[in-house]
Design a protein around this ligand. Structure first.
Ligand code: ATP
Ligand code: MG
Length: 495
């Protein structure tokens, strides 16, 4: 694999730091207290490659909390938030160029026991602190000390790795990953975000330690996973997750998509790589994280619904419904939100085959209305997913499918302009029905509402209260209920 980044690493980008108020304040405080202080980690990395960064970490060889309070005082910044358990303190620095989150911590030395994520922590030197970082490019520090202020402190060759686009652990990767297995996922995340290559010995250690990811909480896992999904080309990350077998630990359903079977010389596409292509296609059109999740999960039930039918070849009947039913289990396990976002993903999965069935010439307005009704405001997201789902290698076929979708989108627009079913609200409420027939809440009310909804979606009546009222009376009578009020005296409240 080759590096895809176009960042240029320029050490000159940190030359003037001590002239900037924040760094000057830290340097002055370090000199005054005689405590070595350094800027470290992501900020230094991002500044060297010219990537914007809104948070900055400082490490001091001493009490980070007292130091933070002194620096905040110098800058007239605050309040300082103290996290005693972690020995950290932070404040927001308001600046014309945008606010900055500034955090201070005392340099630490950590030792881990094998079955726990909770390390023994004791005060250490800057070198100890750099050793416990995940990658050489994240262990870079800038000295803010008398005699060396503004100099890079780079004991592991981080600047060289940054320049050649390489992710490498500062220590033996088996130790770094065993101490905190989340770092393996971070390797994949940085490789995807920055377009970097994971150094082969580091990658081999990931494969060896993949199972250790089991001790990591679902929240920490999904935070990194969502960062991978938020990049312009998440397929890069998912391939690495599969190859390192990290994916097997937290997302086995996705691993199951991989592979192709052959019967009587007939194969089917590899649904893992197809899914990744759909995902990248969606990412080219939308930043919406949950639409991206829809792409990841749209075919998730294909392995469970796969059949070989001698007359049809491979089929995946019902994978859209089964897939939608699998979404809550996956979201629950990964501790992703179970509310609106999950329902949106479920809807995309459930409906992802509907538009294709509507690209035939003779499609009725009724079928178009039903899709608009079922998709509601998510119709545009659904169409992005469906267009992304065309991964044929045959360009002429692809063109034709896309043109069919263009026609469907026109039709959707026309029907919506005419019938307004996208945000359909039933013109007759349950209250209306109860009042008209003098009945308490019961099943009949739902039945009548369904008849009215279907009649509107099928174009039998207009989306109009008077027509719906008449249909309500007629339906009630057919179901053996005589109305007590036949004239409509206007809207009732509630449903
Ligand atoms: P971003 O802010 O873009 O997510 P980052 O590298 O700044 O990336 P943070 O989570 O902000 O990541 O962490 C700041 C720094 O702390 C990192 O650059 C790294 O040096 C260190 N770090 C964070 N998490 C870990 C970890 N799990 N193991 C080791 N070092 C870590
Ligand atoms: Mg950061």
């Amino acid at each position: 694999m080759s590096r895809t980044t176009s960042y240029t690493v320029d050490p000159a980008r940190i030359e003037g730091v001590v002239g900037e108020p924040l760094f000057a304040a830290v340097a002055e405080e370090a000199a005054l207290q005689g405590i070595p202080a350094f800027a470290i980690g992501g900020y230094v990395r991002d500044r060297l490659i010219g990537r914007p960064c809104k948070d900055i970490d400082f490490v001091v060889e001493g009490d980070g909390i007292a130091f933070a309070e002194a620096v905040a005082m110098r800058l007239n910044a605050g309040p300082v938030h103290v996290f005693k358990n972690f020995g950290t303190a932070m404040f927001t620095l308001r600046q014309a160029q945008g606010d900055m989150q500034v955090e201070f911590v005392g340099a630490r030395k950590e030792s881990y026991s094998r079955d726990s994520r909770k390390p023994e922590v004791e005060p250490g030197t800057i070198r100890d602190d750099q050793e416990r970082r995940d990658f050489t490019i994240n262990a870079l520090a800038i000295s803010l000390n008398p005699g060396s202020a503004g100099a890079l402190v780079d004991p592991f060759g981080g600047i060289l790795d940054l320049d050649r686009g390489l992710l490498r652990t500062p220590l033996d990767p088996d130790i770094t990953f065993s101490d905190d297995p989340l770092r393996m996922l971070r390797a994949v995340r940085f490789a995807t975000q920055l377009g970097f290559v994971i150094d082969p010995p580091t990658f081999e250690a990931m494969a060896r330690n993949a199972k250790r990811l089991e001790i990591i909480s679902a929240e920490r896992i999904h935070t990194e996973l969502n960062k991978i999904i938020a990049t312009p080309k998440p397929s890069v990350g998912f391939k690495l997750l599969l190859d390192s077998m990290l994916l097997h630990v937290f997302f086995p359903e996705m691993v199951d998509l991989q592979g192709s079977e052959e019967v009587n010389g007939i194969g089917h596409k590899d649904n893992f790589y197809h899914t990744l292509q759909v995902l990248d296609n969606v990412c080219a059109k939308s930043e919406d994280l949950w639409l991206r999740w829809g792409a990841i999960l749209h075919d998730i039930a294909k392995p469970k619904t796969k059949r070989f039918e001698p007359t049809h070849g491979w089929t995946f009947h019902g994978h859209e419904d089964k897939g939608a039913r699998m979404v809550p289990g996956i979201f629950r396990r990964l501790k992703l939100p179970l509310d609106e976002q999950m329902k949106f993903v479920q809807k995309l999965v459930a409906l992802h085959l509907r538009p294709i069935s509507l690209t035939k010439e003779e499609v009725t307005d009724s079928a178009v209305r039903r899709l608009l009704f079922d998709a509601g405001d998510d119709i545009d997201a659904l169409m992005i997913l469906c267009r992304a789902d065309i991964t044929s290698k045959n360009d002429r076929k692809k063109e034709r499918y896309l043109r069919n979708y263009d026609l469907l989108m026109e039709k959707l627009k026309d029907v919506e302009a005419k019938d307004h079913v996208r945000n359909f609200q039933p013109p007759i409420t349950g209250q209306d029905i109860m009042r008209a027939f003098g009945i308490p809440p019961c099943k009949l009310i739902g039945d009548i509402k369904t008849v009215i909804k279907d009649a509107i979606l099928d174009g039998v009546i207009h989306n109009d209260r008077t027509e719906a009222w008449q249909l309500m009376l007629k339906t009630g009578r057919e179901l053996g209920q005589e109305p007590v009020v036949v004239e409509d005296h206007g809207h009732a409240q509630g449903q």
